[in-house]
Design a protein around this ligand. Structure first.
Ligand code: UTP
Length: 288
């Protein structure tokens, strides 16, 4: 029997050094793309996929994210007094039922694998999803929903992958592919940031995962991997062969909002979807 996925871990304790000085006092996950912070896109995608319980793995300077998912009483009162109904609704749009969103601290940023391990009590013995909020993915339906649909058929572990240029493999986790059926490919191996010459394929892992709780046992070993960090990819590699493991070549467009160019492209793409902004952008570009 395939256990349903109802939990998600959102690791948000990274330092965001590529976005300094913007991320000195503001978490990277609070950077807006158009009018919403990255973390909100991730939570909305999770809710669309039927996720019921959310945990943010946070660090120092990240409290503002807790505030984002809470009431802002003073703001709400002022908006109410001024009769700004639309703004009031927007400010309240991320209020989930109490207890559905929780927080745990990663005391030092020791890598993505370590961040996920910090959520082990929340995960307990359930399958769970992981989304990296700085990977913004436009998809219809959202990628997490696509992954859960696939998971409900094959179970096990599923990672979202996309084809990248050979010279870019050193920026990603890369799979050794097995047999494919439709959008799903069996994963025979996983390696973090391989040199292009050594990469087993050009199918690269992006920031969405459906995982079995056994991954926590491997993460508990706290093995140091690429870049001196505890890598999720290394723990996942150890599951292969013991549990079903597939890559889903998802439908959608992914933006690496942890990089300046990715964040800029995400803003342009989102603005392009809004007819008024799109026309304003066209006029600006014409007049430059
Ligand atoms: P990144 O690899 O983008 O690292 O993390 P980073 O530290 O956030 O950013 P740069 O590279 O310094 O600019 C991918 C995801 O994993 C989380 C990040 O918050 C991000 O969502 N993460 C990373 C943690 O939660 N803890 C860590 O120790 C490392």
């Amino acid at each position: 029997m395939i256990k349903p996925v109802k939990k998600i871990v959102l690791p948000v304790a990274g330092l965001g050094t590529r976005f300094l000085p913007a991320t000195k006092a503001i978490p990277k996950e609070m950077l807006p793309v158009l009018d919403k912070p990255l973390i909100q896109y991730a939570v909305e995608e999770a809710l669309e996929a039927g996720i019921e319980e959310i945990i943010l793995v946070t660090g120092r300077n990240k409290q503002v994210m807790e505030d984002h998912f809470d009431h802002a009483y003073e703001l709400e009162r002022i908006l109410q007094e001024k009769g700004k109904e639309e703004a009031l609704e927007l400010s309240r749009s991320m209020l989930l039922e109490e207890g559905r969103i929780t927080y745990v601290r990663q005391m030092r940023p020791r890598g993505l694998g370590h961040a996920i391990w910090c959520a082990r009590s929340f995960v307990n013995d359930s399958p769970f999803a992981v989304a990296l909020p700085d990977d913004l993915i436009k998809g219809k339906p959202g990628v997490l929903k696509q992954m859960i649909q696939a998971y409900n058929e094959v179970g096990g572990n599923i990672i979202a992958t996309m084809d990248v240029a050979k010279e870019d493999t050193s920026k990603y986790g890369v799979i050794t592919p097995g047999e494919s059926s439709g959008k799903l490919t069996e994963v025979k191996g996983l390696v973090e940031k391989p040199h292009p010459e050594d990469a087993p394929s050009t199918e690269a892992v992006v920031g969405r995962y459906i995982l079995q709780p056994e991954v926590m046992e491997h993460l508990a070993a706290k093995e140091i991997g690429a870049g001196g960090e505890i890598q999720l990819t290394d723990a996942l590699d150890k599951l292969i062969g013991n549990q079903p493991f597939h890559a889903l070549n998802f439908e959608g467009k992914r933006f690496d909002c942890g990089s300046k160019i990715g964040w800029l492209m995400a803003n342009l793409s989102m603005a392009g979807d809004d007819p008024i902004l799109a026309s304003q952008m066209r006029q600006l570009i014409t007049f430059q």
